[in-house]
Design a protein. Sequence first.
Length: 507
Amino acid sequence: MTEETEWDIIVIGGGLAGLTSGAYLAMAGKSVLLLEQQDFMGGCCGSYSTGGHHVPAATHMVHDPGLINGILVELGAEEVTFTPPDPVFEVTGPCPGKTLIITQDQEIFERSAKGLVTDAARENVSQGLHRLIELSRQIYYETKSLPLESPELMSFFKRLFLGISMQRKLPMSMQYGRMPVQQFLSSIFPGVEMQCLRSAIRSAVPLRGARALDLLQLLGNVVEGNVFYPDKGVESLIYSLNACFRSHGGVIRTGAKVTSVNVAGGQVTGVTLADESTIRGDNVLSTIDMKELFFALLPDKGAPGLFREKLAKIPLSDSYFTVNFSTTRSPGTTSERRKGVLVVNPAVEEDALFTSDEADLVSLFIHFPKPELDRMQDGRSLVQIMAPVRFMHEDNWHSGPQCEKTGEYIEFKNQYADTLIKRADVVVPGLSSQIMDIAVATPVSYRSCTGNDEGAAYGWRRPRMWRQKVPYTHGLYLAGHWTYPGPGVLKTMMSGKNASRIILSGT
């Protein structure tokens, strides 16, 4: 079966990057076809229906909402309203009965930090915390100097000047980007009496092998008041971009899985779908997993062998185990009923955080994805429990050879979810008795939903500087958290905008 229509650009993937790039290209008058393998748009930023309710696939805190809305305004899309969580994190454990409050209010931050150490060490806490906050601010403004524009859109001399100037402007980022976070925290808060505080602060960055830079960037956004939730969930961005893309004449096909990107003489000619139909187009923009693109969809000669070897060795980010449910209680996290993120750490040594995938040893992040104080129309509140985990656990979570969801898989998933919910009861007493419309996702679910290898939530473990215009295959372009400027809502949208500009400029 052959599709006769030829498109200017075929976009693979209906997440933030695909919809943003597609909207810019369609607005420029190009004929754009977007292909999404799932029946819903958005990937990890989308939502699915269960029990008559829309459930977010994942919860996202965002930074720089003004820049996000700036992109929407440029596209003629509906703006999104954002609310800052306050406090951002309330961390319990690994020391029982002690809580760290990570907030923009430095007095509250410091007072809670002192509660995690002995009386004799409290003065050192003040000194260390002031140093930590000052470093976070410096890193915040250093990284703000990084351009979101792709280097591929710059002239040779501008790229050269940027490279030289970044060496001068980012000395701290480069230093702390190499330092393990445990080493950094031990230098700020030394001694056995500080280990509870170190563990609580470290757990705010749920990354295996985290660097000091990861923590400092997060805290910089906290102390500068640059952490927000989209009021109607991150899926509201998908709805807005989806409507905008269609209004500019873009066409979307869901349930359309691409099985190959067709190339002849080094030039893209279109794609083939799972139903064996072909769609013609001289330009393909891929926002999907780069390993799937280069190892499964492209012919063997689509990229040099050395490139493919390098690609195969790059470690991926962790995935998540997620429990979504609605509840009839209002789950405010403080006496003022303000909604932030609750972090529940296991009672383990600080070096053991984020080293296990067992249900009783993972750190939990309890989100309230829709932070507006008014509830859902039927009086329910939405709660999401997330645990950072690896794909390679318990023989891929007891799924079948092709990640099919066997009976053993379902039983193991439900047992794992039950353990996480019981642990959440510690900080939200009685929560388990008021759960309705529960939906559970494992790394296998995220693998199926997004197509990301190993269900990777953020692409690579460390951001990569991949070129968005593939030099080996004419007409092939990349976008998404796999490319510059990296993961995160704003950066992923910017990658889509950059890709559209590269295509339109013929760079």
